[in-house]
Ligand binder design. Structure first.
Ligand SMILES: Cc1cc2nc3c(=O)[nH]c(=O)nc-3n(C[C@H](O)[C@H](O)[C@H](O)COP(=O)(O)OP(=O)(O)OC[C@H]3O[C@@H](n4cnc5c(N)ncnc54)[C@H](O)[C@@H]3O)c2cc1C
Length: 316
């Protein structure tokens, strides 16, 4: 099929080549849908050298996982992966989004009957000097992804906000000792008593910087230097980044967003606009307090959203 400008009108355009987008492409390719995946090459788990909690790929570098996925997709003739950045997305017919979408990219325009957004989220770290260099290895945000690696050590939790007791609870069976670094902020009495009840130590002083250190075991650790002169040698540091949508398209298209900043989807990956679907970290169903952020969850959502794209094309 072509548009009025003789551009090929693909069945679907998937924006994003992370786990959500790549799995969506596989699902669409298996029903011989003509799908183009646009991938700007910026993945949320770029800072880490190994991903965990992914069956069959536990401990695998993310780049190796993607290379495996690319080899899988290469077997499907109707799937095309383009390494390019999308800059703008507009409906072909503003009155009927089911007519399709035009995506403007570095390499020209791509048109498709359906749009699947899998552009993910990006992390904004606390401003602590040195933290960005440690994030993804000895500083981590998710105990399921990077918690077991800190087993048997003293683990720090940066920030004494409402999240701290929950992170402490998740890490309690893994760490030998837990220390919350309040980083110069007041600690809410409820948070303090919840931490006390768990036997978690609290340090109030500002964290001047964090740096990589060598643990007696030979593994890397994180050293926290506090403004009151204390230095803590940690096996790992748990942090809570703020999350932002990695791409502006959901907002620019006027899709319903949730407070998390992610696009609102139903269980089938459908957004508030017919013809537009979303999956992965950047998509948020009403059932969860936050977007579910993991490789496996992104793949599951990508598969479901792709099946919804297929259904929507069948209905048309
Ligand atoms: C440090 C760190 C470590 C992690 N470790 C783990 C782990 O061990 N196990 C685990 O399960 N999860 C882990 N995660 C979470 C995991 O990375 C995400 O849940 C997962 O990557 C989400 O997949 P996604 O496809 O939604 O997004 P992403 O993987 O972030 O992919 C987004 C895609 O969209 C593309 N994109 C964005 N904007 C554009 C544009 N304008 N044009 C074209 N393409 C665009 C990007 O280039 C990329 O291809 C980790 C996260 C972080 C931050």
């Amino acid at each position: 099929m072509t548009t009025s400008n003789d551009r090929p009108l693909h069945d679907a355009i998937v924006v994003g080549g992370g786990p959500a987008g790549l799995q969506a492409a596989l699902t669409l390719g298996r029903t011989h849908r003509d799908v183009v995946v646009l991938d700007s090459g910026n993945y949320r788990n770029d800072p880490t050298d190994a991903m965990h909690n992914v069956l069959g790929f536990d401990g695998t570098p993310p780049a190796e996982f993607r290379a495996t996925a690319h080899r899988t997709l290469a077997a499907y003739d109707t799937v095309e992966l383009r390494r390019t950045t999308a800059h703008a997305i507009t409906p072909i017919d503003p009155d009927d989004p089911r007519a399709g979408f035009v995506v403007r990219t570095d390499g020209g325009e791509v048109t498709g009957r359906r749009l699947l957004l899998a552009t993910g989220m990006r992390d904004e770290l606390p401003a602590t000097p040195g933290l960005a260099e440690l994030f993804g290895t000895v500083a981590a945000h998710c105990p399921y992804c990077h918690g077991h690696e800190f087993a048997g050590t003293t683990v720090g939790i940066l920030g004494a906000g409402p999240h701290a007791p929950r992170v402490a609870g998740l890490m309690a069976r893994i760490a030998a000792r837990l220390v919350v670094l309040a980083d110069g902020a007041d600690v809410d009495p409820h948070v303090r008593s919840a931490l006390d009840a768990q036997g978690v130590e609290v340090r109030g002083a500002k964290v001047e910087r964090v740096e990589r250190s060598a643990l007696p075991s030979g593994r890397d650790g994180a050293r926290a230097v506090l403004a009151d002169g204390e230095t803590l040698d940690l096996g790992g540091l748990m942090v809570s980044p703020a999350l932002h949508a990695a791409a502006p398209f959901a907002a620019e298209l006027g899709l319903e967003l949730r407070d998390s900043g992610a696009v609102a989807v139903d269980a089938f990956g459908r957004t508030s606009m017919p013809g537009v679907f979303a999956a992965g970290d950047g998509a948020h169903t009403a059932d969860f307090p936050m977007p579910v952020s993991s490789v496996t969850a992104a793949m599951a959502a990508g598969q479901m959203a792709a099946a919804s794209v297929d259904s929507s094309l069948l209905e048309a």
